[in-house]
Design a binder for this molecule. Structure first.
Ligand code: VGL
Ligand code: ZN
Length: 214
């Protein structure tokens, strides 16, 4: 499919803590970088997201005595999976992987900074009502189709894609430029939601076009 000047590449959370050696390492997390670089030049517009938690964030198991990473609890807005401490503001784990070289990216959107709410999606926090501002940004810049790559396929990439669809923005997840956590069948479950919502799966090899000036 042909990439146009109204398309945006959304690169989700390619940060040290989600890569091998990190606090919430996704298997092969750093291997998304090569396919992302391969397609980046096809896009006139690139936005990066950065998971950016306060210390003692409510999504950390360590903030809930007796709880362990990957357990579920109820927070005020509903069920929340608990994670190891990760992507704490200002730490090395929260930095983008040093191999990711996208200096042309036009926006770095930070999410998950409110101590009491997690934010998987780049559009809404996990209460599904608190906006991050990205929808307004894309609208003002007349960007409509959203192509997603990065980490993790079954969490932040997936929830961002589902929210994009819900907002009326066609969403395309670039499958070979993502890696999954795959916790409790999360990949199969999220792909069922993709099918229902109308999220399209594509591969880097199917994307053509070359970015004009931004
Ligand atoms: C993510 C779990 C917790 C992600 C972020 O980037 O997919 N997953 N925080
Ligand atoms: Zn997080």
């Amino acid at each position: 499919m042909e990439i146009t000047s109204q398309d945006v590449l959304l690169v989700i959370d390619v940060q040290n803590d989600f890569c091998p050696g990190g606090q919430l390492a996704v298997a092969g997390g750093d291997s998304v970088i090569e396919p992302i670089h391969k397609i980046a030049s096809k896009f006139a517009h690139i936005v990066l997201t950065q998971d950016w938690h306060s210390a003692s964030h409510a999504s950390f198991a360590s903030s809930h005595p007796g709880k362990h990473p990957f357990e579920q609890i109820e927070l005020s807005y509903g069920p929340q999976t608990l994670w190891p401490d990760h992507c704490i503001q200002g730490t090395n784990g929260a930095e983008f992987h040093s191999g990711l070289q996208l200096p042309q990216a036009e926006l770095i959107l930070r999410k998950g900074f409110r101590p009491q709410i997690d934010s998987y999606s780049a559009f809404f926090e996990n209460d599904h009502v608190t906006p991050t501002g990205l929808a307004g940004y894309l609208k003002e810049r007349n960007l409509s189709r959203v192509f997603l790559a990065g980490l993790a396929y079954d969490y932040c990439v997936a929830y961002s894609a589902l929210d994009a669809c819900r907002l009326g923005l066609p969403a395309f997840v670039i499958r070979d430029a993502c890696r999954a956590i795959d916790l409790d069948d999360s990949v199969a479950k999220i792909e069922a939601q993709f099918a229902q919502a109308g999220v399209t799966l594509v591969d880097t090899a199917r994307l053509s076009g070359s970015a004009g000036p931004p």
